[in-house]
Design a protein around this ligand. Sequence first.
Ligand SMILES: NC(=O)C1=CN([C@@H]2O[C@H](COP(=O)(O)OP(=O)(O)OC[C@H]3O[C@@H](n4cnc5c(N)ncnc54)[C@H](OP(=O)(O)O)[C@@H]3O)[C@@H](O)[C@H]2O)C=CC1
Ligand SMILES: C[C@H]1O[C@H](OP(=O)(O)OP(=O)(O)OC[C@H]2O[C@@H](n3cnc4c(=O)[nH]c(N)nc43)[C@H](O)[C@@H]2O)[C@@H](O)[C@@H](O)C1=O
Length: 314
Amino acid sequence: MNKESKIYVAGHRGLVGSAIVRNLNEKGYNNIIARTHKELDLINQEQVRKFFEEESPEYVFLAAAKVGGINANNTYPADFIYDNLQIQNNVIKAAHDYKITKLLFLGSTCIYPKLAPQPIKEEYLLSGYLEPTNEAYAIAKIAGLKMCQYFKRQYGDNFISCMPTNLYGPNDNFDLNNSHVLPALIRKFHEAKVNNLSQVEIWGTGKPLREFLYVDDMADACVFLMENYDGEEHVNVGTGQEVSIRELAQLIKEVVGFDGDMMFNTNMPDGTLRKLTDVSNLHRLGWRHKMDLRYGIRLAYEWFREERSILKIE
Ligand SMILES: NC(=O)C1=CN([C@@H]2O[C@H](COP(=O)(O)OP(=O)(O)OC[C@H]3O[C@@H](n4cnc5c(N)ncnc54)[C@H](OP(=O)(O)O)[C@@H]3O)[C@@H](O)[C@H]2O)C=CC1
Ligand SMILES: C[C@H]1O[C@H](OP(=O)(O)OP(=O)(O)OC[C@H]2O[C@@H](n3cnc4c(=O)[nH]c(N)nc43)[C@H](O)[C@@H]2O)[C@@H](O)[C@@H](O)C1=O
């Protein structure tokens, strides 16, 4: 990739896509193209093919997807499988037909078996059944990474994939029903503090373990892989460090400065109990994360306080 290469970032207004654009800008890439969902619906094959024909991008970061936390995945499985299969099929096939130079597909660590040995190596894919709360999304993501592999194998297309752990940072989704745990808890603790509430509800038992990667680290890994990796195997992207949901909630409570109680609602699902990524392949390639979790939460909370007016929430 050179500084003038024409780079299409799909999903450039989302959490990851916006961070990829920031990272590319910082590194001096100056020919980035993007379309909003309204301008280009990636579910529509005709629109996608027209866009590739007219724009001829050379590099594609596929960071557009239907994304959500445990409750959204559990409630709307049909939308999660359909939208994601359509988006990735359309973009990957157009990338092949219009002969782009390279594509990076973003999956998720939820592709791995629910009971996979920990930490999870890339090779554990398809060795057991999936976590039910996000099975639909995971099946779409597995199809996406396999499609990249098979197009590489059969046609020599340079399509690579990475599997990020749970992400957070600026431009996250802070919706209380549909978001991931970290942004949801930032909002819940903030609103409890501002409204002098005595307690905050945390879903589940607080026992599941999760790994959190700041989105600017994620974007840096994406650009690093685009610049340095051409392999057929997908690559895990994470920190290799985990915390329990209870510990995470405690950390956010401290950063926000809420001094009430935490109440665990065990009527809500825990999801998978552990999904720690083995990041040794990424480390061997020469990339490591930088952001410390407490500091990352502080930055995410600052962003939330400054930008809440554009989030269409109270
Ligand atoms: N967030 C996380 O913790 C994780 C994310 N990932 C993966 O990273 C990638 C990026 O996720 P993230 O940035 O968090 O998600 P976001 O929801 O923040 O962003 C997704 C983007 O895709 C766009 N989009 C969705 N549907 C369409 C469509 N039909 N046509 C055009 N654009 C569309 C959205 O636009 P609009 O909002 O206008 O619909 C949005 O800009 C995804 O592949 C996701 O699966 C993987 C692991 C963890
Ligand atoms: C990235 C990954 O994200 C999803 O998987 P997940 O990690 O299970 O998602 P989550 O962030 O929503 O929850 C993590 C944990 O946290 C608990 N939890 C507590 N309190 C709140 C809460 O207030 N909101 C949410 N959402 N969760 C809460 C919650 O009960 C669970 O135990 C996938 O569906 C899929 O999209 C995917 O790939």
